[in-house]
Ligand binder design. Sequence first.
Ligand SMILES: Cc1ncc(COP(=O)(O)O)c(C=O)c1O
Length: 494
Amino acid sequence: MTDPDGPAHAAGVLARLDALRAHDLPTHGGRTLAYVYDSGLADADEVGRAALAMFGSSNGLDPTAFPSLLRMENELVGFTCNLLDAPETAVGTVTSGGTESILLAVQAARDARPEVAEPTMVLPSTAHAAFLKAAHYFRVQPVVVPVSDDFRADAAAMAEAIDGRCVLVVVSAPSYAHGVVDPVTEVAAAAAARGVRCHVDACIGGWVLPYAARLGREVPPWTFDVDGVTSVSVDLHKYAYTPKGASVLLHRTPELRRPQFFARADWPGYTMLNSTTQSTRSGGPLAAAWAVVQHIGDRGYLRLTEQVLDGTDRLLAGLVELPELRVVAAPDSTLVALATDGSCDVFTIADEMLEAGWYVQPQLTHAGRPPTLHLTLSAATAVHVEEFLAALRVAVTRAVAAGPVRVDPGVADFVRSLDPDALSDEDFDGLLAAAGLIGGNAGGGVAAEPGAGAAALVLPRRMAEVNALLDLASPALREALLVAFLDRLARPVR
Ligand SMILES: Cc1ncc(COP(=O)(O)O)c(C=O)c1O
């Protein structure tokens, strides 16, 4: 903080906030193809911001104290039920995001089966990492089933993996990494046959696919229309284009939802009664989501979906002209994964794109499959697809001229030989410094916190070398290195 001795002038504080975000990725404009979702509708953004501010101090802890929040939650859940073919019995909860919806789906599934001493959860290898986080938090053993060659869940192998300890089976509609919808019908039927819950993770596609179907597109079945689907998660802060902090978790019946609720009366304060992992929670994100959904409305979402799907089509058509890149799987919605032909690497392309003002997200080698570039298209990106393709053409040309990043074979062997469990804090300091992630100045870097002092971390602007090194590392080593990195990033500024 700059001035611990006295109140700072409001305008000065806001100016400092503006300065702080100078190095952030742009949230609007359609040039950031991960993390953010932009409708391109200034009015909808304005309505969302106003609602966020209006309800920022209200508390979702007690629906009787703030009935407005309960009403908004029930209306949002109702809208979502209509979208996802939910039966009359369906109920739902607004949570803070996809991860919280997933945590609650796993926790409810586990707690519905208290007789299972060592519960398991069957999931495809492409399921979002939030399920592994839930498995870790709630001590549910993940049984990860490799996907088929088309990156969709292998329904037969998943059915095989369901045993008497299994409390939940998971599918995605679509998966984040490759943008394809799993065979929900087959997997849900196998789960139902064993009396096991089946959760559909539609966090990223749940607001697009129903409109895509209404627009006449081919959409594989995935909603509550599919027998055996017991719960679905859908994020509002993705393709409903609402401010961050809003997702919906639907259950087919109130009985399925009940274990998600937590009540504690056995203490001297108020009886705690929660539907989510949070207790006190701001009404801001809920009100903002309600306001944006009201404002854009069903017909607005239909138009936005048409716009973003048309943009995705034009992107795919344009990519045919770039022989160095290949679309890894024909996307079922608006997410595209690209791999190279080996003449260049995705990491250099990502750096070149960033230089040109576009953020695309590298995805590292996994299960023997090469690294890819992930593109999440927003409605606001759709109007810039031709510009995006032109920038990509230049980025690929430059990346081919530079050639793939070559990691010194000695360094590569060293990285492969590292055992993350045997590394000390000093080892991590050395490794992170060698990668240019901490200490000294990695040329052209960006101070993580402008003005944070001599110890400020410097994030390299070009990440290709770092990504190429990480790409050689095992997932366990990547995790250990990045946790050590985060530990050094997250330090108090006094
Ligand atoms: C399919 C899927 N599930 C879950 C999540 C996690 O959502 P959040 O980042 O809102 O926690 C994401 C995020 O991209 C996702 O794409």
